[in-house]
Design a protein around this ligand. Structure first.
Ligand code: ADP
Ligand code: ZN
Length: 308
């Protein structure tokens, strides 16, 4: 379809440590981008509003946020960050704050569901309808698309907080999750690596034993997700996955732990294409937020103008 005017979308990747905002249509056209540290809701959302106000007319806004949050449009708390332990942010009406400044469709989901949508539209999950996007960073989180829809139920997935086999002899580290101690996030997030080994994860050498143990936990987690959701692909992003040596280790261990139970060629014969890094790299989150904005705009359109 021919467009007389390019419709621009605003995307917000709201992280626990930083915000990234961008205006554009997708990876080939980002008109403006800004990033700033996450402070208070009033200040951070105020900076977002100022940035978008400078960018001219937008068609919609998408928010991919840290959580926990309420992604259910039928709920009274829709658009809120809810019970987050992040100081000052519990019960923040994120969408409400933007609505006071913009009369636009607004998409709202977790940072990882947004990244999953971005990878689906432009990245490593194109053509799939059931897959997982995981980030291994300050926390561990997972987004999922199932049969073409981003997965929500009574809440959104919290894949970082699953429990795993923990061999206390091999790994006496008790874990750092404030709620569960040795859940996946408590054992394998970036801060968990730092606490266990006494050095920031990015400073540990490639042949450090940290990486084999990290791959063990990630592979256990992946086996749980594979057997639960039957994803067609698993995308592993986040700062810790910058350690590219993790990929072959995780692939081999996931196959080992499945232990020949599943005869699925996509997993066994093509594991290099099954467990992959994000094709959009560090842009997956903010581009995913733009994809959420496009989705919100198309849900609002009654004319056949939608370019989704
Ligand atoms: P966030 O989770 O805040 O969005 P990141 O995904 O970059 O940000 O995660 C930050 C965590 O990842 C930190 O704990 C940091 O130590 C770790 N990290 C960042 N870069 C690397 C790297 N190259 N190798 C290993 N760990 C890294
Ligand atoms: Zn936990």
């Amino acid at each position: 379809m021919k467009h007389t005017q390019i419709r621009l979308y605003g995307g917000i990747e709201a992280g626990g440590t930083k915000f990234i905002c961008a205006v554009g249509t997708g990876p080939d056209e980002i008109r403006a981008e800004t990033r700033f540290p996450t402070t208070t809701p009033a200040e951070s959302i105020g900076l977002v509003i100022n940035f978008f106000k400078e960018q001219g007319e937008l068609a919609a806004i998408g928010i991919g946020s840290f959580g926990p949050l309420d992604p259910n449009p039928a709920s009274p708390d829709f658009g809120y960050i809810t019970t987050t332990p992040k100081p000052g942010w519990a019960h923040t009406d994120f969408i409400g704050a933007l609505r006071t400044a913009f009369d636009l469709p607004i998409g709202f989901d977790t940072d990882v569901n947004a990244a999953a949508l971005g990878e689906h539209r432009w990245g490593a999950a194109q053509g799939l309808d059931t897959f997982i996007y995981l980030t291994i960073g300050t926390g561990i989180g997972g987004g999922a698309m199932v049969a073409g829809n981003l997965l929500h139920g009574v809440m959104h997935p919290e894949m970082g907080h699953i429990r795993l086999p923990h061999d206390w002899e091999q790994d006496p580290f008790e874990g750092i999750c404030p709620y569960h101690k040795d859940c996946l996030e408590g054992l394998a997030s970036g801060p968990a690596l730092e606490a266990r080994w006494g050095a920031r994860a990015e400073t540990l050498p490639m042949d450090h034993p940290a990486w084999d143990l990290e791959a063990t936990y990630l592979a256990y987690a992946l086996v749980n997700y594979i057997t639960t959701l039957a994803p067609q692909r698993i995308i592993l992003g986040g700062g810790v996955m910058e350690q590219k040596q993790l990929f072959p280790l995780v692939r081999a261990k996931a196959k080992e732990y499945l232990n020949s139970y599943l005869q699925v060629p996509e997993i066994l014969a093509k594991v290099d294409e099954y467990i992959v890094p994000p094709a959009l790299g560090g842009q997956a989150g903010v581009l995913g937020a733009i994809a959420l904005a496009r989705q919100a705009a198309s849900h609002n359109l009654t004319s056949p103008q939608s370019d989704l």
